[in-house]
Design a protein around this ligand. Structure first.
Ligand code: NAG
Ligand code: NAG
Ligand code: NAG
Ligand code: NAG
Length: 304
């Protein structure tokens, strides 16, 4: 059964705020200060900003109103898979993200969006009915500054409550179809996040089985298609067992710009050499390298 038009502000006290943080063995300190690492990155997480009103811009005060990674923060660190996926998606094309928001006919002000309809997909890539998410139900989780942008918290709540999420409402990783014979569900979370958010089939690749030329070629595709990684349990430079977004690739110097969702906001960017990144990566998640086209995916879209 589909959950339809749930006003999450009503559920927020039990469903959203009742979520407790769990560690999953993730490092909390940033490891890039190791002298063998050529990269550099953030040293501390951002601090929480309180929401001051009952409404806020969906994606910044403009003039462009485009979703970007700086708007996001996995303040529950075990939700790194979700925010890494959202960041990579926005980075590949912000309009792709906007096309999955539905506007009520009487809602045209980007700066004043007390509620929004968010669309997600089921396990078979079928579009689910949109969930109506209220700003007041989401302003505590997932946003680096809820007074500036709340699309991240909105997608978080839509995904965690659509009945198909990788985690359940108690933030336990589901033991269902997404678990493989050997692996943990967390190892598939990045795969399911891309599918459930974007509605296209995803792929999971083992980093140590990818040839270095292909690795570099693929990372460059982050300029138009979302890519995330899960780091291995033994890393040199990046935090262990952590989802990161691949956000930029400078082909002139092999430096990859990553974004760490648990650091959040504009502080979350990390730069690392692509070879070192490959060594520290266990899994790479991507779609079949589609480029967003502004052909609307649904009848009701902000871009219609
Ligand atoms: C992200 O959006 C904010 C507005 O909300 C803007 O100030 C910032 O420059 C943007 N960052 C990037 C990297 O585009
Ligand atoms: C959400 O979608 C429903 C059904 O299409 C519509 O009645 C409602 O106005 C929409 N709400 C918002 C905030 O977009
Ligand atoms: C997942 O469920 C299956 C079947 O119900 C069970 O055999 C398995 O032990 C479970 N795995 C975990 C990690 O709970
Ligand atoms: C599970 O592990 C075994 C032994 O390591 C391996 O042969 C098999 O291919 C793995 N299965 C999957 C689905 O990864």
């Amino acid at each position: 059964m589909l959950i339809e038009n749930v006003l999450l502000s009503l559920l927020s006290s039990s469903l959203i705020l009742g979520i407790s943080a769990r560690g999953y063995g993730m490092d909390t300190a940033n490891r890039l200060n190791d002298p063998s690492c050529t990269g550099h990155g953030p040293w501390a997480t951002i601090t929480a900003t309180q929401a001051t009103g009952t409404s806020a811009p969906i994606a910044g005060r403009g003039p462009q109103h485009q979703p970007n990674c700086s708007h996001l923060w996995a303040n529950n660190p075990e939700e790194d898979w979700l925010f890494a996926s959202l960041c990579s998606w926005a980075q590949s094309n912000p309009n792709w993200v906007l096309s999955h928001l539905d506007w009520a006919l009487d809602f045209k002000d980007f700066n004043d969006t007390p509620a929004m309809n968010f669309s997600t997909y089921d396990d078979s890539l079928n579009l689910l009915n949109p969930l109506t998410i209220s700003y007041q139900g989401v302003n505590k989780d997932g946003n680096s500054n809820p007074n500036d942008a709340w699309w991240g918290g909105g997608f978080r709540n839509a995904l965690l409550s659509n009945g198909y999420s990788t985690v359940d409402e108690k933030n336990n990783f589901r033991n269902g179809s997404s678990e493989d014979a050997n692996g943990s569900v967390r190892d598939w979370a990045g795969y399911w996040a891309l599918q459930h958010l974007i509605g296209l089939s995803a792929t999971r690749e083992k980093a140590d089985q990818i040839n270095e030329v292909i690795w570099d070629m693929w990372l460059q595709k982050s300029d138009h298609s979302p890519i995330t990684i899960l780091t291995s349990p033994t890393t040199t430079c990046l935090n262990r067992n952590r989802y990161y977004s691949i956000t930029r690739n400078d082909p002139t110097n092999d430096n990859i710009v990553l974004w760490d969702p648990t650091v959040g906001g504009a502080a979350g960017y990390v730069v690392l050499d692509s070879k070192q990144l490959k060594k520290d990566t266990l899994w790479l998640f991507h779609l079949d390298w589609p480029r967003y086209s502004d052909k609307p995916r649904k009848s009701q879209s902000v871009l219609n």
